[in-house]
Design a protein around this ligand. Sequence first.
Ligand code: ADP
Ligand code: MG
Length: 561
Amino acid sequence: MAKHQFQTEANQILQLMIHSLYSNKEIFLRELISNASDALDKLNMLVLTDEKYKNVKFDPKIDIKRDKDAKILTIADTGIGMNEEDLMNNLGTIAKSGTKAFLENLTGDQKVDSHLIGQFGVGFYAAFMVADKVEVITKKAGEEKAYKWVSSGNGEFEIEETTKEGHGTEIILHLNEGEEEFLEEHRIESIVKKYSNHIPFPIFMDKEKFIPAKTDDDGKEIEPSRTEIENVQINSANALWTISKSELKDEDYISFYETLAHSNEEPLKWMHHKAEGAIEYTTLFYIPSKAPMDIYRVDYQPGVKLYINRVFITDDDKELMPTYLRFLRGVIDSKDLPLNVSREILQSNPVMSKIRNASVKKVLSELAKMMEKEPEKYDTFYKEFGNVLKEGLYSDFANREKILELLKFHTLNSDEMVTIKDFVKNVDDEKKEIYYLANKGSIDMLKHSPLLEKFKARGIDVLLLNEEVDTIIFPMVTEYKEYKFVPAADAKFEESEEEKKAAEELAKEFEGLAKEFKSTLGDAVKEVEVTTELTDSPVALKIDKEDPSYMMAQMMKQMGQ
Ligand code: ADP
Ligand code: MG
């Protein structure tokens, strides 16, 4: 028997599971079932595509076994299984970069933190929330040897050879004192229904069945009542997206979301769409009600799963949907993709790109509908994901107009946020220029910018873009329909004869002063000019956009430095 140490991060997570995350212990079962389901997905795929596995029998199921006397709960699957190397790599170390993010994002609030467990895929260790000893007995499909992994959560684990019939994995939990509830039939069934009802494989459990007494015609008992043990399926195991919309209720969609997102937060919205025609596919997308913690991380976990005719292919492809829609959770399923599609092929596959393009259009149009018909819901969406959506303005040129129409803007003259469609109604018909001021800061601060004085004097409205992403993106947005985007600093307005005259006089009058300023400030400024653009402020600093140091600073900013 060989002893091994847990990797530091793995141990850290383990200790958290044991000592701090008590608020929602039942999720350990969701995580173990989800791993069993993943293992079945992996085997399914290999059996269908890999010659090596052609003799492996795929008989997918998950069994939950209870031993009340020994206080042991076992979750067994007939999935891919693990060999010794897999055990070393998967249980004891943490491969995913998301785990670091998990540790960084811990808040100390148990409720919040236990939501993070599923999100960051640190699921296996959740077993230690309820068990002081965990054994894993496993045999990899197509291989001879079986192995046993054991740990008591004390920083070490052991691996030894063992025997096991058939491939797959058994997770054996020696439950802590006080966790007996997790051996109760009803408790387990309700957790499974809550979180795992829609995983695509059946989950079985032994249940007690009450057999009533038998009586003869006179009502005389000829056989007493008794209980019988029956092995029954306790989840519905349907691929929910394949069921027609009309047969599904809100509760079905919500509970599928819980299975999918490892979350018990209700989704904000779902969009279920079946496309028929040249390419057949089904999509079911959800918008969560809250942005996940990793939404602005480069190593964020994508939320869309690809299935080919109900066979799971991947949930780790950031190209399935564009990154500016990375808040979506859900499923794409098509019969028209080849099963043995590799990731590289997937990206250049014409069927996939058609599905992707059509899905993007569909999502954008659903968002537009929501904006119009469910404005409050839309505001929640916009608050959580508006800044992510904006990224599409530069990454998805083809849909730029649609994305612009989904944004909401603060403006100089309006207290409410407005859409671009509404904004252009008040734009000068001749000039067709959309003026904007993009600057990170509060809206109030932007409203007091000296750059806006010439607009105030003329009553012209200006978009106020005050988020960091605005300052990066909007300089790249040049037009909307027949309208041009013009930065406030570059806006030029016709001066009346009188104004021109006054300006000339002013320039003459202050020529001396301007020179004096320049000689006092020296190289700190490039030029000092007299202006009539300011009405309230005495002076303003103006940036020379052609200046190489300014352009450098902008580039650094874009690169996130
Ligand atoms: P995740 O599921 O997000 O990868 P987990 O901590 O839940 O993270 O599981 C870690 C890894 O352990 C899995 O990726 C998988 O490789 C392996 N594993 C866990 N349970 C099983 C199982 N029942 N069958 C096969 N492999 C498993
Ligand atoms: Mg997992």
